[in-house]
Design a binder for this molecule. Structure first.
Ligand code: ADP
Ligand code: MG
Length: 643
């Protein structure tokens, strides 16, 4: 039975004054005094609530055929009253009756606000706010008073709820023609730190809607000012007039919700550039839809260039997280592993939708499932690119290869499965970048190890005697010129069951048992000579020994077992106080003419032989790209010998 106006008026007199629940009050205080920098999210929250209210109405009408709701009529309206500083968000959704207003707006226990409050109390980073649907209360971050006028679908009376946030709220009956809700905010006065009046600015509201609520499935409309040419004025003297028009601010259907086949390359491209502020087109677009324990859609991009701050601490990895078209986190780090941090993109999961605000924390498990699936997807896409689109892959690799190497070695190789197949190194034999798999597959019969040589430049490494020797057997050597390279074999130990071998520090494993025996005999035979050279050099070297690996060179300086010279340089660079120099070992080639000469001179003129030994030692030092301990002494020595 419709209530008479008299009854309504009578009810109005009994305006009820109520206190917030204790918990709600605490939260409200926090909101009002929030120093939070992203106050702007209040608009997202109110729009989401409006959208939820329309979802509820649409859902009801599906189950109740008599309701006759036309989904096309549902919309959210934003109204600005600049003169009075009032911003209103209205919807024609399900609405609330008196009990629901009390229940929903008078208490926080049911909303995401609870999680927010707990986080605040734990003194966590206040930025965490973005993770929670802080909900309706966020209006108090920008408004000094909030009035909610609402009428529930199918009921006669509307209700007006008002609060200035401080002590409590009042609730009274009021008129509202249709079902739905208006949230009317009287904005706070501008202060030096915060310009609240910006939320009445057309441009600002457009931006906020685009940023957070672009993919809400109902139109968000607002009256906007436009300009047009006046009718009837001459073409050469156009005059303009401004007029206002209702405009839909959101685009409603997100590109990732569309079927892959319906999206053009150009659309992906434009979307990427606009969303992620990049000038370069992405090298690869990954558009995927996963149905399962947790369903989600993802639209990911492999950028063409590394952002200028990519290898610095300032770079923030992460994907944008949406739930049913509403952006809930701008940079969700948990969705993207560190080693794939170069990927940009968005993830949208309806499974996070209605619960996200309330139970975000408990839902971490779902995020983990999504993250794992995304990691696999990125890996397989990069692999496909490596195998089928080499040119693009190399472009990608020159921008982000270093990140994959770091990824391989970080956390003691915990992520090597994701990264190792994606690495490229320079092949001495093929004169181009190859993957470890390609290296192993090209190994000739009899080759047992993956040879690599660490050093400063490819040109230098190509001339190393060990590399030359390997080449003569048709064995390839990977030339490692980046600092992190050498950590890769250390972390992996083997690849496709083949062990790695650092040609500058380890036995190349080329000698047969017989050859080894012969070498030992030779060393024994030349023991006196080796002792002489060692004594001539004193503390400059730890040991002097023979080597069969020196090819056309008389001598080489090699590190004592363990750390390589490159690693030593690296350690010194990262820690200038590093005090464990790698022992120098001088290797001599017994077949080389110069070594034979030295041996002869030793017996004829030991003083001259000492100088020769020093000369050989310095040469070996230089070839290993190690600085001379005393360059002046070396120069004097050369001059002396040339006399
Ligand atoms: P949440 O949306 O996470 O539930 P909120 O604080 O945003 O938390 O909102 C609290 C409750 O208030 C909502 O669950 C809903 O029942 C009610 N509500 C808020 N805004 C509206 C609205 N525009 N129309 C109908 N109900 C609303
Ligand atoms: Mg909400």
């Amino acid at each position: 039975m419709p209530r008479s106006r008299k009854a309504l008026r009578c009810k109005q007199k009994q305006m009820e004054q109520k206190q917030f629940q204790a918990e709600s009050k605490k939260l409200m205080d926090m909101m009002i005094h929030s120093i939070y920098t992203h106050k702007e999210i209040f608009l997202r929250e109110l729009i989401s609530n409006a959208s939820d209210a329309m979802d509820k109405l649409a859902y009801l009408s599906v189950t109740d055929g008599s309701m006759n709701v036309n989904r096309a009529d549902l919309k959210i309206t934003i109204t600005r009253n600049k003169d009075e500083g009032i911003l209103t968000v209205s919807d024609n959704g399900i609405g609330m009756n008196k009990e629901e207003m009390e229940e929903n707006l008078g208490t926080i226990c049911k909303s995401g606000s609870l999680g927010f409050k707990q986080a605040m109390e734990k003194n966590e980073d206040i930025d965490i706010i973005g993770q929670f649907g802080v909900g309706f209360y966020s209006a108090f971050m920008v408004a000094s008073s909030v009035t909610v006028i609402s009428k529930k679908w199918g009921e006669e009376t509307g209700w007006k709820w008002t609060s200035d946030g401080a002590d409590g709220y009042t609730i009274e009956p009021c008129d509202r023609a249709e079902n739905g809700t208006d949230v009317i905010m009287t904005l706070k006065a501008d202060t030096e730190e915060e310009k609240y009046s910006q939320y009445l600015d057309e441009y600002e509201i457009r931006n906020l809607v685009k940023k957070y609520s672009d993919y809400i499935r109902y139109p968000i409309v607002m009256e906007v000012e436009k300009s047009r040419q006046k009718e009837g004025c001459p073409a050469d003297k156009p005059e303009y007039e401004t007029y206002t028009e209702m405009e839909t601010l959101n685009s409603m259907v997100p590109i990732w919700q569309r079927a892959k086949k319906d999206v053009t390359e150009e659309e992906y491209d434009t979307f990427y550039r606009e969303k992620f502020y990049d000038f370069t087109e992405p090298l690869r677009v990954i558009h995927t839809s996963v149905e399962g324990a947790v369903s989600f859609k993802a639209l990911l991009f492999v950028p063409g260039k590394a952002p200028y701050d990519f290898y610095s601490k300032d770079f923030k990895r992460g994907l944008q997280l949406y739930s049913s078209g509403v952006m809930i986190m701008e940079n969700c780090e948990d969705l993207l592993p560190e080693h794939f941090r170069f990927v940009r993109g968005i993830v949208d999961s309806q499974d996070l939708s209605l619960n996200i605000s309330r139970e975000m924390l408990q839902h971490n498990r779902q995020l983990t499932v999504i993250a794992r699936s995304i990691e696999k997807k990125i890996k397989s896409e990069l692999k496909a690119m490596l195998e089928n689109d080499r040119e693009k892959y190399e472009e990608f690799y020159s921008a982000f290869g270093l990140q994959l190497k770091y990824g391989t070695v970080s956390e003691y190789g915990a992520h090597k499965e994701s990264c190792q197949d994606l690495l490229l190194f320079y092949s001495h034999k093929q004169k181009k970048l190859i993957s470890l798999k390609e290296y192993v597959e090209a190994m000739p019969e009899g080759q047992e190890k993956i040879y690599f040589a660490p050093g400063e430049s490819k040109e230098h490494l190509a001339k190393l005697p060990q590399v030359e020797l390997l080449s003569s057997k048709d064995y390839d050597t990977l030339l490692f010129t980046e600092e992190v390279d050498e950590f890769v074999p250390q972390t992996l130990n083997t690849y496709m069951e083949k062990p790695f071998c650092n040609v500058t520090t380890e036995d190349l494993g080329l000698q047969s048992e017989e050859e080894k025996k012969e070498a030992e005999e030779k060393a024994e035979e030349m023991k006196g000579f080796l002792t002489f050279v060692k004594e001539s050099l004193g503390d400059q070297v730890k040991e002097v020994r023979l080597s069969q690996n020196l090819g056309s060179y008389p001598a080489a300086m090699v590190p004592e077992a363990g750390m390589s010279f490159e690693m030593e340089k690296y350690m010194k660079r990262v820690n200038p106080e590093f005090a464990y120099p790698v022992g120098r070992v001088l290797e001599l080639n017994p077949e080389h003419e110069t070594v034979k000469t030295l041996q002869r001179v030793m017996t004829e003129d030991p003083v001259l032989a000492k100088d020769y030994a020093q000369l050989l030692c310095c040469q070996a030092q230089l070839m290993a790209q190690l600085p001379l301990d005393d360059p002046f002494a070396y120069s004097e020595l050369v001059c002396k010998l040339m006399k």
